[in-house]
Design a protein around this ligand. Sequence first.
Ligand code: NAD
Ligand code: UFG
Length: 332
Amino acid sequence: MNILLTGGLGYIGSHVTVVLAEAGHHVIILDNLHNCKIEVLDRLAKILGNSPAFIQGDVRNQLLVESVLKDQKIDAVMHFAGLKAVGESVQKPLMYYENNVGGTISLLQAMKSCQVKKIVFSSSATVYGIPQYLPLDEKHPTNPESPYGQTKLQIEAILQDLARSDQSWKIIALRYFNPVGAHESGLIGEEPNGIPNNLMPYISQVASGLLPKLKIFGNDYETPDGTGVRDYIHVMDLAEGHVCALNYLYNNESEFSIMNLGTGAGYSVLELVKLYQKVSSRKITYEIAAKRAGDIAACYANADKAAVHMVWKAKRSLEKMCEDSWRWQSRG
Ligand code: NAD
Ligand code: UFG
């Protein structure tokens, strides 16, 4: 099938490109290069043996998207393009609504006019807000705390309304938990701009000596060791979930579905630090610092729905996530 990946040169999209291409699909990437490097295309070519089709452009350019959908005879779209920094979304909410919500509406309008009605959307566990119970299943109430999270929830609502209005749409929103790690070639991975906000890239930069020490945000949470607990999922498991989602869209009657993509297991900051030290053989210096505003004690998925309906389950261990992250971080 011909699959359009918006934001396909980014962290998650580049890994999904590999898995889709290896499953025999023809991948066409549309990316405006806002948060990625064009070199990713060469690295994808090294992994795959040839370069995926690439169009530099913005999802908000409806005419461009329409021409790509028609010229490339697109069968389905995977929509990764968006802004994702929680803190920045608090500072610049309009930019987030404009790019994420506005970009999705423009994309859907282009899809509708070209009769391309299958889409997999990158949503986030952040839509749940503060957990009322754990593990989080898809029925848990939603109450995102940041403008970023609000954009994801609003897009889900738009997708649901669209599916209700016309049953020929097949739509799935995947709520990712905490994607980490890298492709095991060490050729592609997460490349945060500036100082990382997220734990795993921060730890990997401390391990490699780029940053002096990790600040652990709080050690008196109600968790086994007092540090925050999250559901880290290997980005390749996440990528494989997208192939399952595509199969689900083609083989299921449901017009709109929401699925958690997580492992179902939670690990603490200290557990991750210890494991990273082991796999990298580097000391991770850390200090306990104040809690980060907006952080929650624990967040992990009930991933049963994806297991039952999409026949998908995360397979890779936390140790493998650390190993692959370290291979990517310590590349030449
Ligand atoms: P990323 O920033 O690495 O990739 C997003 C890509 O989209 C970038 O390459 C960027 O250049 C591109 N892009 C942004 N706006 C665009 C636009 N208007 N037109 C065309 N291209 C545009 O992010 P990622 O980690 O790969 O995340 C992919 C998606 O998954 C995002 O929608 C994100 O919100 C969502 N998500 C990510 C995480 C995570 O922790 N990484 C968790 C939950 C959900
Ligand atoms: N942490 C530290 N020090 C750091 C960075 C993080 O102690 O320097 C801690 C946090 O307090 C938290 C854990 O590490 O307990 C994980 O933090 P991350 O920033 O890596 O991840 P979050 O769970 O806070 O948020 C991430 C993404 C969100 C997304 C959410 C759920 O940033 O966009 O996962 O998918 F919504």
